[in-house]
Design a binder for this molecule. Sequence first.
Ligand code: ADP
Ligand code: ADP
Length: 237
Amino acid sequence: MIEFKNVSKIYPNGTRGLNKLNVTIERGEFIVIVGLSGAGKSTFLRSINRLHEITEGEILVNKQSITNAKGNDLYAIRRDIGMIFQNFNLVRRSSVMRNVLSGRVGYHSTLRMIFGLFPKRDKELAFQALERVRLQEKAYVRADQLSGGQQQRVSIARALAQEATIILADEPVASLDPLTTKQVMDDLARINQDLNITMVVNLHSIDLAKQYASRIIGLRDGEVVFDGPVREATDEV
Ligand code: ADP
Ligand code: ADP
């Protein structure tokens, strides 16, 4: 569950990213956020896991305020949220396995991580996650040896290994070709269905949004201009 209560985000230079947003997202929904460049899609996503601070209002994640959380409470909330970026954000020179294991970092002490001491359970989780995206055979390949679509599936596996209940994906297929786009979106859809993981995905293609979303939210100038099921969405949203 994600709840935006009267949320505004104004950037330090005065640009308004979000304007008094009220949105509630339930567990298991597949939300696609659409809107033109500059509509506020990234700002919306980054607000959920507090990659940046909002200016006004409050955001609840699984009934807890991430806006006011501090220290360990903030870590605990963030552990529930996996993030996927357009450019994959992998450590390119590290193995696929290492990248997926980095989803486990929040569960352990810093010292343990510096020495790469991951318990066996973590490796099991990482392998399971790689199986879900059909990349278990690539576990010990360097991340930058994989194609773009495979790298994006590694970043999905990282979120799964993290045991996130929410996945935020900021233009996850923007740099991929149509075939690879379908593979990545199909994986997200399957994971949403099989594991009941809430998806919040920014896309600029309304066609893709209609194929995959259970609900579409249209943004313009930081405001919600459409919010509803796919069948009600027009090409204008
Ligand atoms: P998007 O693909 O979501 O439109 P952009 O390419 O506009 O993203 O933005 C890329 C990066 O630049 C982001 O980190 C964003 O926060 C930052 N950015 C976007 N617009 C501005 C701006 N007007 N001033 C400063 N930084 C910006
Ligand atoms: P979208 O993801 O829909 O392209 P963004 O959320 O990136 O839109 O941007 C929403 C508005 O906020 C735009 O006007 C953009 O220029 C502005 N913006 C985004 N990031 C920054 C930033 N770091 N500094 C200033 N303005 C920004």
